[in-house]
Design a protein around this ligand. Structure first.
Ligand code: ATP
Ligand code: MG
Length: 510
C-alpha cells in the first residue's frame, strides 16, 4: 500500500466506523459528508437525489450554497480543473444521485477516490430511504384518492331521493344513506353500519326480512314490492327494491335495498285512472242513453194510459184486483228511478259547460244553501258557516257546476248524520299557492267512512245507501267537475267521528 494513500484510508475507515453506529439516516449522511469535507479540506459537501430529473432530497454540509446547476456543470467538466468534484451515487433505479464537494483548489485523485468511495458507501441507505419515501408518498396519494372516491360515492348515494342501504351475506349493514337516517325508521349511519339489519329494523319481522334477502341471494334477481308505513306520522306508500350485487365473479355478495316514496305518484296514478274511467263512462253513457230513454218514455206513457183505462173500466162498473193500481205505482217509481240514473250518467256525457265565469266560492255556497232550504230533512240539520270573505275568486269556473258539487257534498253529509247528533260545518279559507288558493270544506259529524272504502267512494255507482236512495254517482260527478276546474277533491274520514270533504281550487287575486 502506498504511504500517500494512508490519510485517505484513515478517513475512509473513520467514515465506515461512524456509519456503523446506529443513528438516523440524516445524521449518518451529515456525519459522512462532514468527515469527507474535513479529509479533503473542502468548503462544503452535499448529496442530491433526483428522480426523473426532479430533485427529491438533499443533504448538505458547509457555508456556501452548492446548487444543482453547479453539480450538473461539474459532472460534465474535466475533473482535474473543476472546483466542484462530483461522484455518482449508484441507485440501480430511476433515482440517480450525486455527491459533490467544493474546494478552493482542484480535488486530487485521492480526493476523488474518497468521494467515490463515500458515494458508494451511502448509496444503499439513500436508495432505501428514497424508496421508502416514495412509497409513503404513493400510499398517501392513493389513500387520498380512495378517500375522494369514497366521498364521491357517498355523496351520490346521499343525494338520491330514496332510502338506500346495503347488507352483506351476514346481513350486516355496509352502507346506509342520508335518506335512511331521516327516513322511515330514522337511524344514524354510525349506529347502523356494522350491525345486522334485524337489529336495526327491529320493528319489521326478522323472519320476513331474512326470507326477502335470502330470495335475492339465492336467485340473483331483483325483487320488488310495495309497503305502507305510518312511521313519518302519515300513511305513505313505498316501493322497495332489493337488488343483487356481486363483488367478484362468484355469487351475490351483497343486497342493495332501495325504498322510494311513491305516495304522490300512486295518488296521481289513481287520479289519472279515475279520470280515464269517468271519460269512458261518459262515452258509454252517451251511447246507451238514447236507447234507454226511449223505452223508458214508452213504459211511462203506457203505464199512464193503463191507469186511465183502469179508471174508465172502474167507472164502467168493472171489478178489478186492488193490486193493479199498486203495480202501476211501482212501475212509475221504478221508471223515475231509472230516469234519475240516466240523468246522473248524462252529467258525464253532456258537453262540458264552458268555464268562463270568475266565481266567488262563498257566493256559490250561499246559493247552494238557499236551494237546500226547502229540503225537508236538510231544514232540520244544524249547520254552521265559517266563510272567509277574503278568499280569492276562482278564475275560470262554472257557478252552476260548483253549486252541483256543494249540493252533492251537503246532501251526503246530511245522509251521514241521519239519527246522529252533531252539526255540519261549511268552511272556506285561503290556500297557500295560486294553484291551491281556494279551499272549501264540508265537515260532518256523521258515521264516517272506513279506511278500506275510502278509495272507492269516488267510483261511479259505489253507494252504501239502500236501493232507491242513492245512485252512487254524486261524488264521481263532483270529482269530475272539480278536476275540470283545475282543482282537487279530497276526503278525510274517521269511523264514528265524521268526514271532511275538501274542494281545492285555483284562485286569482283581484
Ligand atoms: N259525508 C259522508 N259521510 C259518510 N259516507 C259518505 C259521505 N259522503 C259519501 N259517503 C259514502 O260514499 C258513497 C258514495 O257517495 P255518492 O255521493 O257518490 O253516492 P250516494 O250518495 O250513495 O248516491 P247519490 O248518487 O245519490 O249521491 C255513499 O254511498 C257513502 O257510503
Ligand atoms: Mg251522494
Amino acid at each position: 500500500m502506498r504511504p500517500a494513500q494512508a490519510p485517505v484510508l484513515d478517513a475512509l475507515a473513520g467514515i465506515i466506523a461512524g456509519l456503523a453506529v446506529d443513528r438516523p439516516l440524516d445524521e449518518s449522511v451529515v456525519f459522512a459528508l462532514d468527515s469527507l469535507r474535513v479529509a479533503i479540506g473542502a468548503e462544503e459537501a452535499a448529496v442530491w437525489l433526483t428522480y426523473d430529473g426532479a430533485l427529491v432530497r438533499t443533504w448538505d454540509v458547509g457555508v456556501a450554497a452548492l446548487t444543482l446547476d453547479d453539480v450538473s456543470a461539474a459532472a460534465h467538466a474535466p475533473p482535474a480543473n473543476a472546483p466542484v468534484a462530483v461522484a455518482t451515487i449508484p441507485t440501480g433505479n430511476g433515482a440517480p444521485g450525486r455527491l459533490a464537494v467544493r474546494c478552493a483548489r482542484p480535488v486530487d485523485a485521492d480526493g476523488r477516490l474518497l468521494i467515490t468511495a463515500v458515494a458508494n458507501l451511502l448509496a444503499p441507505a439513500l436508495v432505501h430511504a428514497d424508496r421508502n419515501h416514495r412509497l409513503e408518498v404513493e400510499v398517501e396519494e392513493r389513500t387520498a384518492a380512495i378517500d375522494r372516491e369514497r366521498r364521491f360515492m357517498d355523496r351520490i348515494i346521499d343525494s338520491m331521493p330514496v332510502g338506500l342501504y346495503v347488507i352483506d351475506r351476514d346481513y350486516r349493514i355496509q352502507a346506509w344513506n342520508r335518506k335512511r337516517e331521516a327516513g322511515m325508521q330514522g337511524v344514524s349511519r354510525d349506529e347502523a353500519i356494522g350491525r345486522t339489519i334485524f337489529e336495526v329494523l327491529h320493528r319489521q319481522p326478522a323472519e320476513m326480512l331474512r326470507r326477502e334477502f335470502d330470495d335475492v341471494f339465492a336467485t340473483g334477481r331483483i325483487q320488488e314490492y310495495q309497503m305502507e308505513s305510518v312511521a313519518t306520522g302519515e300513511l305513505r306508500t313505498y316501493r322497495i327494491s332489493k337488488i343483487p350485487m356481486r363483488l367478484g365473479d362468484s355469487g351475490v355478495t351483497h343486497v342493495i335495498t332501495i325504498g322510494e316514496d311513491i305516495t304522490d305518484w300512486r295518488e296521481a296514478q289513481t287520479r289519472f285512472a279515475h279520470a280515464e274511467k269517468l271519460a269512458a263512462i261518459g262515452q258509454l253513457a252517451a251511447g246507451v242513453m238514447h236507447e234507454i230513454n226511449n223505452p223508458l218514455a214508452t213504459i211511462a206513457a203506457i203505464a199512464e194510459s193503463l191507469a186511465f183505462k183502469i179508471d174508465d173500466a172502474r167507472k164502467a162498473g168493472a171489478v178489478l184486483s186492488p193490486d193493479i193500481p199498486e203495480y202501476l205505482t211501482i212501475i212509475d217509481n221504478e221508471v223515475a228511478r231509472c230516469k234519475q240514473i240516466v240523468d246522473g250518467l248524462l252529467d258525464f256525457s253532456r258537453p262540458k259547460q264552458p268555464l268562463r265565469e270568475r266565481v266567488d266560492i262563498n257566493e256559490v255556497i250561499e246559493r247552494t244553501l238557499m236551494l237546500l232550504k226547502h229540503h225537508v230533512r236538510f231544514k232540520r240539520l244544524p249547520l254552521e258557516r265559517d266563510l272567509d270573505q277574503g278568499v280569492p275568486r276562482v278564475p275560470r269556473a262554472s257557478g252552476e257546476q260548483l253549486v252541483q258539487v256543494f249540493m252533492a257534498l251537503l246532501l251526503n253529509a246530511m245522509d251521514a248524520m241521519t239519527d246522529r247528533p252533531g252539526k255540519v260545518v261549511v268552511r272556506t279559507r285561503r290556500g297557500r299557492s295560486p294553484s291551491e288558493c281556494v279551499i272549501a270544506e264540508v265537515v260532518d259529524q256523521g258515521a264516517g267512512i272506513p279506511r278500506s272504502e275510502l278509495g272507492k267512494i269516488f267510483e261511479p255507482f259505489y253507494t252504501t245507501k239502500e236501493a232507491g236512495k242513492g245512485t252512487g254517482l254524486g261524488l264521481s260527478i263532483c270529482y269530475g267537475i272539480v278536476q275540470d276546474h283545475g282543482g282537487r277533491l279530497e276526503v278525510e274520514s274517521a269511523v264514528g267521528v265524521g268526514s271532511t270533504f275538501r274542494v281545492v281550487l285555483p284562485g286569482v287575486e283581484e
